[in-house]
Write a protein that binds this ligand. Sequence first.
Ligand code: DLL
Length: 443
Amino acid sequence: MAKNYLYLDEKMEKLSWSELTKLHEEKIKKTINSIWNNNQYLQNKLKKAGRSPDDFKTIGDITKFPFMEKRDFLDTYPYGLLCVPRNTLVRMHATSGTSGKKPTVGLYTRNDLEAWTELTARNLVGIGMTNDDVFQNTTSSGLFTGGYGYTQGATRVGAMVIPFGGGMSAKQIQFFIDFQVTTIHAIPSFAMRLGEQAAELGLDPEKDLFLKRAIIGAEGWSESTRQRIEKGLNIKAYDNYGLTEGIGPGVACECLEQNGLHIWSDHFYPEVIDPATGELLGEGERGELVLTSMFKEAMPILRYRTGDITAIYKSQCPCGRTGWIMDRISGRKDEMLIVKGVNLYPSMVEEEVYKLPGTTDNWEMLIKTEGVLDHVYVTVEGKSGTDFAKVKAELEKLLYEATMMKIPVTVVPAGTLPVQEGKVKRYKDLREKPDDFRGYKAK
Ligand code: DLL
């Protein structure tokens, strides 16, 4: 059946490559000028690299400019990356951040807030939501950008918005039924929990719920997680990507095709680099995503190293959107471990864990250095009535096929592993230097 592709801003979502390049050159020049003229810290950074705005003439010149990194955000906390007067700010958001004690902060002018609203609205329209829909946001409207971000975007689309917030899965589901909710925003671990909860309540999602779709992101998830979510709630689950340093959600999102995320290329210019050397990689090569913003006023980013691993392609999507498409994030560069020359991300393990029907949604991975080598151990929970020995044998086989590594699996009864709230971290890295990035390419 032909899909009914919807667009919030069809013109901008379908710019030709020549129009996009023109826009990139014009707007990135503006971003560089703003950084140079309005922020001493960033001006010094450019000067140190021997660069000035005059060095940017065409888009190819962008590689001459130094990268911004997480450090720049943390070192200048709270206001040090501002490029506008403080009294023009209307909002701040933050991520709790795993890279230190200080949160990473995003500050917004009124125009930034407008642009952000437009982008999350684009995501929602792109997955088929209209003003006929009822939208429930299952993340809190607090500092986390997924709360306000989607509540604003869904309001822009004209759906009826229920800003429920996090947790309370049984009550969330009651609201799904009472208000005939069709669209939800959730992080993957909570979307799985909602499916589990619906089953525990004895509901048949096809008959008892009205849900059609979920927009899912903010943490890594795999294709088999998608299948669990889709089956658990009888919906389509769409991946979306964003980060506080960028603007929040609204950087990239899947469309009805569920085949890669459209980077909103009229707002963000993406590059992919080798995280070990900083060298620019080509289309389809996997490495670290680097983003430059084109419209942000308060805190523009220039070649910001996201730490997220993906590959980008020029879109040939049947939906007709142009610009760049990115693969699902396979992990963060600091999560990647190299064991006996194999590059391993927690997401690769998750992909296999969720293939087995007898496991719950909770699992854990431990990485330890023993002798000179890193070893990986996986613990999963088996549902009651499941043959634990069979799950162990099957999962060890699947993990070996996927990673070429022998990963011992322990199966414990459901409810044994601690339940985590919010963004979930499935692995514990007990290696001697867990903070060191050990090189991207296997040596
Ligand atoms: O998580 C923004 C967001 C909210 C995105 C809601 C999507 C939905 P932060 O809290 O700053 O912002 O965390 C950003 O989360 O650098 C990635 O490592 C990770 N991340 C975000 N989206 C995805 C995704 C929000 N779809 C960090 N897949 C990013 C994998 C993701 N990882």
